[in-house]
Design a protein around this ligand. Sequence first.
Ligand code: EPZ
Length: 421
Amino acid sequence: MDSILVKGGAELSGEIPIAGAKNTCLKLMCASLLSEDPLTLTNVPRLSDVRTLTTLLQSLGCEVAFAQNGGVMMISAADLTSHEAHYDIVRKMRASFNVLGPLMGRDGRAVVSLPGGCAIGARKVDFHIAGLEAMGAKVDLKDGYVHASAPQGLRGAEIEFPFASVGATENVMCAAVRAKGTTVIKNAAREPDTVALADCLIAMGADIEGAGSSEMVIRGVDALRGATHPVITDRIELGTYMIAPAIAGGEVELLGGERHLVASLADKLEGIGVEVTQTNRGLKVARKNGRVAAVDVTTAPFPGFPTDLQAQMMSLLCTADGVSHLEETIFENRFMHAPELIRMGADITVSGGTATVRGVERMRGAPVMATDLRASVSLILAGLAAEGETLVSRVYHLDRGYERLEEKLSNVGALVERVAA
Ligand code: EPZ
C-alpha cells in the first residue's frame, strides 16, 4: 500500500485548482437511476469513490462512459437488470446506500445492503427507512439487507427528520420526485451537496421547492428526463487547501473557490490571523507572519462548521498560540487523528465529544496513519508544518476523496511525494 512522505517547513505559494465535489457527484450518479434517459455529469472528480459507485451502477445494469479523461461521465439507466446493491460494494462506501431512494422512486423496489458502522461512528439509516415507510413502502431488514417495496408506488407524505441528515434527506428526496402527490420534508439537510442534487433533479424535470432551507416541498411527477449537469466545487477539498497555507505559511489561490461554500471556516480563519480574499478566480488564502491564534470550534450541519473539516482544523490549532476547544457534534467517534497528532508532538486531550488543544510552537514529523479520509489529510497538513519527515500510510483513504493530492500540494511548493509500497 502506498504512503505519502511530507517534509515539513516549506512555505506555500501558487494556485491549486479545486475539483468537483465528491459528495455531490456520488449523489448525482445515484440520481441517474431515476430516468430512463441518460444523465451526463461534468466536472466529475477523479476519485476511487467515483469508480466504486460506477461499479455498483454497472452491477444494476447501467451503462457508464467517460470522456475528457474522466471529467465527463455519461450514465444510461435505460435497462436496469438488477435492483440489488450488494454488501461487497456498499461496505466499501456508505454513499452506495443512496441508490435506495432512486430505485424506490423509479420502480418501487430495491434490495440494498445495510452499510454498517464505520470508523467515525455508528452511522445508522433509521431516518432513511422511516421516510420511505411514511411514503407507503414496506421495509424488511433481513440478512444484513434492506428489502423495500411499494408495489402500488410511493405516495407523498409529510416527513420530519429528528436530525437534518444529509443522506436521509437525499434518499427521501429522490424517492419523492416520482411518488404520487406531494412530499414535505421538515428539518431537511441544507448542505450545498443536497441543494446541488435538487438542482440536478429539477434539470431532469422534478418539481422541488425549498432546497437549501429546512423545509422542502416535492411534488411527484410521472417521469424524469435526461440532462447534462455540472458537479459543484468540492467545499471540503477547498477548506482543506485553505488550511494548508494557514499551517505552512505563504499565500495560495484556490481556483474555483467560493466563500459562501466555506463561510464558517473562512470566518474562523480570519478570526485567528489568516487572510481570506475572494478574487474573480477563486479564494486567496494567506498567512504571512506569526502563529495563528487559538479558537473554539463546534461542528454543526451547514451552514455551521463542517465535521468534514474538523480534523484539518485540529491540525492547524495544534500550533496555534493558546488553548482551543473542538467540539464534534455530528459523529460520535471522529477524533481518531488526535492520537496520531500527539505522536507528532501535539498536546491534545479528548474528553467525550470535545478535544482540548494546547498549541505548541512546533510539531515533529513521525510515521502516522489514519482510519478515514479527513483524518488522513489532517496528518498531511500537520506534516507541512512539522520539523522533519512525516510518513502517512494507508493512503487509499486519501485517494477516495482527494484528486492528485501530492501533485496539487507539490505545485505550490510543499515537499510531498507518494512512496510506492
Ligand atoms: C454525509 O454523510 C457525508 N457523506 C459525510 O461525508 C458528512 O460527514 C456527513 O454527511 C455530514 O455532513 C456523503 O455525502 C457521502 P448524515 P451522511 O446522515 O449522509 C446520524 C466525508 O468525509 N443519522 O447527515 O451519512 C448519523 O449517525 C464524509 O466525505 C442517524 O442517526 O451523514 C450521524 O451521527 C464522511 N440515522 C448524523 O446523523 C440516520 O438514518 C449525521 O449523518 C441517518 C443519520
